[in-house]
Design a protein around this ligand. Structure first.
Ligand code: DP6
Length: 367
């Protein structure tokens, strides 16, 4: 008889305020520095994993389409946590993975963090493992570094760790989601284009060629990490905001110092930078803080009372395609209701599913 085990999770992305950019071990995805982020409450990814003794190969369905894993080496590489899970659980079954983003795919929001953290949660649960958050973080990390931080809610630090096996490089909570309920993140989509240089390739190039990167590691980051933890714990927005902006600027300076240079921010991004500084200047204090990842889209941290000001500011910038406001999120959530699975537990088939933009929710057709 064939054996089927299934689990479904919803996980949200995180946006870093102290950035990860550089690996000391490429295979285990061990970072050269600790990083800190906030897990969001919106932009969910839902993932169902089924281990089935009848499957011959691992299978991945992303946003309704089957991914050819033989032709897509990067996607295959990101699934390596499955072998770790099988080994831990003592099973040999292949997995069917079905994952969908609860937001428009072409909207320019990164989904690798939420996607790979959702895979860690759903696959380990389906395999019958009961893992700690730290263990889940380590599994997620094997798919994508930033995913290691999405297994927890609130403000999360991904520790650098010292051990060669990576067992001490995982998420720890700096503050719970309830700690700072007034904080908001306004994300502004400036382009829907796919980035030209992947984070993986970009950071490898930076580590190999940038002298400024070494100075960032030695002089900038140790102080920023310490001050950022304190600013979050004390809910000191002005301090938090200045550190966030300076840190984003440091990251993008190091990217430009890479040889050949890497440029992720565009003219629109710099327009947002100038507009945030003008807004803070006009307010006479720091009310908003921008941060940019490996792409031009802007993420602006602010407090709930100043969110309308940020929205007005963004409305004046031509080329802002879409904005999304997020609060601190609670982290991964298991969906145990059978109708929420993207795979039919009775016959193992992929259910019809889509993201309904009007309703802003994921719909699954249950027959
Ligand atoms: C700029 O986690 O996407 O967003 O580990 O190679 O998959 P890999 O990289 P990834 O890099 C994210 C880089 C960043 C900063 C951050 O989120 O800390």
């Amino acid at each position: 008889m064939n054996e089927r085990r299934i689990a479904t999770f919803e996980v949200t992305p995180n946006i870093a305020v102290v950035k990860y950019w550089g690996k000391r071990n490429e295979e285990k995805i061990l970072p050269t520095n600790a990083s800190i982020s906030m897990t969001l409450d919106s932009l969910k990814t839902r993932t169902t994993v089924m281990f089935d003794s009848k499957l011959k190969e691992d299978e991945l369905w992303l946003n309704g389409k089957k991914v050819d894993l033989e032709k897509n080496a990067e996607a295959k590489e990101r699934l390596k946590q499955l072998d770790v899970i099988r080994k831990k659980a003592g099973i040999n079954h292949r997995a069917r993975i079905v994952s969908i983003n609860g937001f428009p795919t072409a909207a320019g929001f990164a989904s690798s963090a939420s996607g790979l953290a959702a895979l860690a949660c759903a696959a380990s649960k389906a395999a019958g493992l009961k893992l700690s958050t730290q263990e889940l973080s380590i599994l997620a990390r094997l798919g994508s570094g930033s995913a290691s931080r999405s297994v927890m809610g609130g403000f999360v630090e991904w520790t650098k760790g010292e051990k060669p096996d990576g067992s001490d490089s995982h998420a720890v909570q700096v503050a719970s989601p309830q700690h700072w309920p007034e904080i908001r993140l306004v994300s502004a989509v400036l382009t829907e284009e796919k980035k030209k240089v992947s984070s993986r390739a970009g950071m490898r190039q930076t580590v190999a060629t940038s002298a400024l990167y070494r100075s960032r590691q030695e002089h900038h980051l140790p102080r920023v990490l310490e001050e950022m933890r304190r600013a979050i714990r004390e809910r000191d927005f002005e301090k938090f905001a200045e550190l966030t902006m300076r840190e984003s600027n440091s990251l993008h300076a190091v990217m430009l110092d890479t040889w050949p240079p890497i440029k992720y921010m565009n003219d629109k991004s710099h327009e947002v930078v100038a507009a945030v500084h003008a807004l803070n200047e006009a307010a006479g204090r720091t009310v908003a803080a921008y941060t940019f990842d490996a792409g031009p889209n802007a993420h602006i941290y602010t407090l709930v009372e100043n969110a309308p000001k940020v929205m007005v500011m963004l409305k004046k910038i031509r080329g802002v395609k879409k904005t999304v406001i997020s609060k601190p999120g609670v982290g991964p959530r298991e969906l145990t209701d059978s109708s929420a699975h993207l795979i039919d537990p009775r016959n193992g088939k992929v259910r019809k599913h889509c993201f309904d933009e009007k309703k802003n929710e994921i719909t699954v057709t249950v027959k």
